[in-house]
Design a protein around this ligand. Structure first.
Ligand code: CMP
Length: 138
């Protein structure tokens, strides 16, 4: 168990003006921000971030979408952070997400699903390191 996870607010949620509301829900759920950044991924960087999905049929669509507009990246801290954050955001497909979860409230579809959350402690560390240097985190 670690106390850190990584998240991105995706281009759909940023473009629809939901960044503030999503950050507020994250804080209200007891997560502390360790790092926070507004940026935009090139197609190359989005492809690198999601390289684990390169063989999936939706990979091209995923890379195109994730490089289509700004994103907000963050490292978050809370006890059992990976699991607790996945509970807060809900299922990948918002149609299957529980009421009150971030994806249920803000996501449009399985592809445009508002937020990313790391799926393991190992990936949380890799993904946080992808976006943030030591200088950029507290
Ligand atoms: P995320 O948690 O960021 O990790 C991989 C992403 O791939 C996932 O959220 C979805 O947005 C996307 N994804 C997964 N399945 C599909 C699908 N069937 N069609 C389009 N995008 C998908």
């Amino acid at each position: 168990m670690t106390n850190r996870t990584f998240t991105m607010i995706k281009p759909d949620a940023f473009g629809n003006g939901h960044t503030g509301a999503i950050l507020q829900k994250i804080e209200a759920a007891g997560f502390k921000f360790i790092a926070l950044k507004l940026t935009k991924l090139s197609a190359e960087k989005a492809g690198e971030f999601y390289a684990v999905h390169a063989a999936r049929p939706f990979y091209g669509e995923l890379v195109e979408f994730m490089s289509s507009g700004p994103i907000v990246a963050a490292i978050l801290e809370k006890d059992n952070a990976v699991e607790e954050f996945r509970k807060l955001i809900g299922a990948t497909n918002p149609a299957n997400a529980d009421e009150g979860t971030i994806r249920k409230i803000f996501a449009e579809s399985i592809g445009r699903n508002a937020v990313h959350g790391s799926d393991s402690d190992e990936n949380a560390a890799i993904e946080g390191n992808f976006f943030f240097s030591g200088f950029e985190r507290i």
